[in-house]
Design a protein around this ligand. Structure first.
Ligand code: NDP
Length: 255
């Protein structure tokens, strides 16, 4: 059966006893995913670069009755090896394992023809969107392998599957993200503990979307909380056995 987010009804305790790290958890899709995971029973580790935003999400999770989350500040543009090891040690000390990792943080860069693309912007976008996600994953692999069943989700985009003029480093970084997920999915499939998949959120009402489409009426796009079915499905046991897939969070409803 093909997964259809419009028909998916996750159990309220879908992620009970699961420890899940979300990057870019302070705003946009990452905030919505952190809240959705907590609402379905997960203990969430909130990672991001602005502590005050993470603290707001922390408070929201407690207000909705979720497990007490952790805060793990990390600026992916600047993080070095010791910062990832510190994150690993924090998770090791608090939980001893990691059951889920949502790589959600991302930057848009500029919308410029490749001929004129600024190379320092290129390097920053590729670093935050791809290299930092791999660096974090590498360091956290031992903790993911401590899980009975771990799910890694990378965040892709429509322009990571079909190139589009002027999307520059962002588009190329999302192609790389899809490739990274596929390679890691194959490498981990033998042991059968870690699954690796991608989600393409589709156009969603966030700061990044407004930045990319300033003339668009934001009300024409769904809110991040409206697209959480796929995020829950791939993070939880309902998708057991699925690895190396790339799913769309939004499916057009057939009338
Ligand atoms: P937002 O810009 O609203 O959120 C991006 C998140 O990434 C923020 O939490 C931001 O933190 C974090 N982030 C950015 N740079 C860094 C950094 N250096 N270190 C740590 N965290 C960082 O965008 P969205 O919520 O829309 O995007 C979430 C993901 O979804 C991205 O990967 C994006 O590419 C992807 N996506 C979004 C689509 C959309 O239409 N919205 C469509 C397709 C894909 P801070 O709050 O501090 O800025």
């Amino acid at each position: 059966m093909t997964f259809n987010p419009d028909n998916y009804e996750p159990a309220s305790d879908l992620l009970k006893d699961r420890v899940v790290l979300v990057t870019g958890a302070g705003s946009g899709i990452g905030r919505a995913a952190a809240l959705a995971y907590a609402a379905h029973g997960a203990t969430v580790i909130l990672s991001g670069r602005v502590v005050s935003k993470l603290e707001s999400v922390y408070d929201e999770i407690l207000e909705l009755g979720g497990d007490r989350p952790s805060i793990a500040p990390l600026n992916l543009a600047r993080a070095e090896a010791q910062d990832y090891f510190q994150l690993r040690d924090q998770i090791q000390g608090e939980y001893g394992r990691l059951d889920g990792l949502l790589h959600n943080a991302g930057v848009l860069g500029t919308r410029t023809p490749l001929e004129h693309y600024d190379m320092s912007t290129w390097a920053k976008v590729m670093h935050v969107n791809v290299t930092a996600a791999l660096a974090m994953t590498q360091v956290l692999m031992p903790l993911l392998n401590e899980s009975t069943s771990a799910s890694i989700i990378f965040t892709s985009s429509g322009v990571g599957r079909q190139g589009r003029a002027f999307w520059g480093a962002y588009a190329v970084s999302k192609f790389a993200t899809e490739g990274l997920a596929q390679v890691l999915a194959e490498e981990t499939s033998g042991a059968g503990i870690i699954r690796v998949n991608c989600i393409n959120p589709g156009g969603t009402r966030t700061a990044m979307r407004a930045d990319a489409y300033p003339a668009e009426d934001p009300r024409t796009k769904p809110m991040p909380e409206d697209i959480m079915a796929t995020y829950l499905y791939l993070m939880g046991p309902d998708s057991a056995g699925i690895t190396g897939a790339s799913l769309d969070a939004q499916v057009k409803k057939t009338v």
